[in-house]
Design a protein around this ligand. Structure first.
Ligand SMILES: C[S@@+](CC[C@H](N)C(=O)[O-])C[C@H]1O[C@@H](n2cnc3c(N)ncnc32)[C@H](O)[C@@H]1O
Length: 233
């Protein structure tokens, strides 16, 4: 399930992409929204917001959230502005993103920490987070199975995993670059598939129970928004 070859080389394409598209003339509208303190509340994931508000009502401490593969502009920045969460944002290219944010003089409230999802347990203790969020990143990793196992290990017993991405992104991108993983949901189960076509039920493998899905069709290229909790062993 690990990418066979070229993962490190393919990370260069990610660096090139962000270097180009964070530059002022190329900056996409969603990036401008992310960079605006006034506008970015709109793009904060709604289900995560509801869940954090529930936790805040119920508990004494601020909920701890991990953004995996956060990129330079974590989609969770508004939660930091609003004091809604205690955010840790990780990405293997965090050092590059910190450089780019400085070079483009971008003021952003989230400074990513360098860590690949495969190495999360080297850095964080099990059951450290009330929620783990990941957007459009787990299809870019080297070993998706290990990344999901690590994410599960980091959740508190009642913790939630919020997973946003593009359906069958590996297929859509013709398995080029970092895109070596297909994700989709079938019969309420999170499915993973690699280029060789072997499909694996990640819900069964990682005890992930689906509590929300934004759509039912899961056609290639469609955005999915998923939310999971862990079943008891
Ligand atoms: C398309 S970007 C998405 C960034 C951000 N989540 C967003 O939605 O703007 C994919 C991200 O996955 C990161 N990535 C690549 N390999 C990874 C790994 N092994 N673990 C975690 N993130 C990884 C890349 O560095 C990149 O920042």
């Amino acid at each position: 399930m690990a990418q066979a070859r070229g993962y490190r080389l393919n990370l260069l394409t990610e660096i090139a992409w962000w270097t180009l598209y964070l530059s002022p003339p190329m900056r996409a509208p969603w990036m401008k929204t992310a960079l605006s303190k006034e506008a970015r509340s709109e793009s904060f994931p709604g289900r995560l917001r509801e869940y954090l508000l529930e936790l805040t009502d119920a508990g004494a401490r601020r909920p701890r959230v991990l953004d995996v593969g956060c990129g330079p502009l974590s989609p969770l920045a508004w939660g930091v502005d609003a004091g809604l969460l205690d955010l840790t944002a990780v990405d293997p290219l965090a050092h590059v993103y910190r450089f780019l944010l400085g070079a483009y003089r971008l003021d952003f409230p989230v400074m990513p920490i360098r860590c690949a999802a495969e190495r999360l347990l080297d850095r964080f203790a099990p059951q450290s987070f009330d929620a783990v969020y990941s957007r459009n990143a787990l299809d870019h990793v080297e070993d998706a199975d290990l990344c999901i196992a690590n994410i599960c290990a980091l959740l508190t017993k009642k913790g939630r995993f919020f997973f946003d991405g593009i359906t069958r992104e590996g297929t859509r991108q013709k398995w080029r670059g970092l895109h070596k993983h297909d994700f989709y949901v079938s019969d309420g189960r999170l499915m993973w598939c690699g280029e060789d076509g072997e499909a694996i039920d990640f819900s069964a493998r990682h005890r992930l129970a689906l509590v929300y899905q934004n759509q039912t069709s899961f056609r290639t290229g469609e955005w999915f928004r998923l939310e999971f909790e862990r079943r008891a062993p």
